[in-house]
Design a protein around this ligand. Structure first.
Ligand code: DGL
Length: 272
């Protein structure tokens, strides 16, 4: 199989990475995608760095075995714990790796101000790691970063409660820290948070630009494939899904996330 026809591997701790799939399928409809969601071990956002790293490398091995031409790390918790290890492993196989933290950071820094006030929300693992702060302040960028973990948002999103009274009240509490910070942008540093975009705007107003890492990583993927000459020029891209548990529930939730019907979801035991 040539690089052009090879699939792109995208993975997440569970369902949330489908926000990245949706953005990539929109920008690159001819690309074949293999998605892995670790539904047996989700959530990652409350786990330790070592545990997240171990799981992430198992999934990376699985995708390498599927002969992917690139890997997109859709999970912020994984990117914050294991981005360097995943890249190192993939380098040996000539597989470029893009992740949502570099994508979100790039988009936030594109807001051209002498000093950027950036808000970041994410899981406990992502915010606790300081990965966004480090990326935003690298290379001497003049950036003030305000971050806040919002652990209740993942279960709310999976319940489909993204714009009801409970979602709005929860966001009001989490986002109250940002009210007086005059943010230029707010990075949605978790796969599930793009689903709250409209509710966040209701709470914070239109002033901060909302950075959806799913859209930024899709743009980076387009550029990367163009530069390498690896884009699949024609045809409709296939979409194959693999999970580690409960494929039926994944299918129902995935169809809600993606707004399209899935053919098949296959169950895989990564440890075997
Ligand atoms: N995918 C995770 C992230 O973006 C959220 C869900 C989880 O905690 O596993 O951080």
């Amino acid at each position: 199989m040539s690089k052009k026809e090879a699939p792109i591997g995208i993975f997440d701790s569970g369902i949330g990475g489908l926000t990245v799939v949706k953005a990539v399928r929109k920008s690159l409809p001819s690309e074949h995608i293999i998605y892995f969601g670790d539904t047996a071990r989700v959530p990652y956002g409350i786990k330790s760095t070592d545990t997240i790293r171990e799981y992430a490398l198992q999934i990376t091995h699985f995708l390498i075995g599927k002969k992917v031409k690139a890997i997109l790390v859709a999970c912020n918790s994984v990117a914050s714990a294991a981005q360097h290890e995943i890249k190192e492993l993939c380098r040996e196989h000539d597989i470029p790796v893009l992740d949502v933290i570099e994508a979100g950071t790039k988009a936030a820094l594109a807001v051209n101000k002498p000093v950027n006030n950036v808000g970041v929300i994410g899981t406990l693992a992502t915010i606790g790691s300081g990965a966004y702060e480090n990326a935003l302040m690298a290379n001497g960028n003049k950036t003030l970063v305000f971050s806040r973990p919002c652990p209740l948002l993942v279960p709310l999103a999976e319940e489909g409660w993204t714009d009801n009274a409970i979602a709005i009240e929860t966001l009001k509490i989490y986002l109250s820290d940002f009210k007086d910070k005059e943010l230029d942008s707010l990075i949605l540093g978790c796969t599930h948070y793009p689903l709250f975009k409209e509710s966040i705007k209701k709470v914070l107003g239109d002033a901060p630009e909302i950075i959806d890492s799913a859209e930024s990583i899709a743009e980076m993927t387009v550029d990367m494939l163009r530069q390498k000459g690896w884009a699949n020029p024609t045809g409709e891209g296939r979409f194959d899904c693999f999970v580690s548990d409960k494929p039926q529930r994944f299918k129902v939730l995935a169809e809600r996330f993606l707004g399209e019907k899935l053919n098949r979801v296959e169950i895989i035991n990564l440890k075997s």
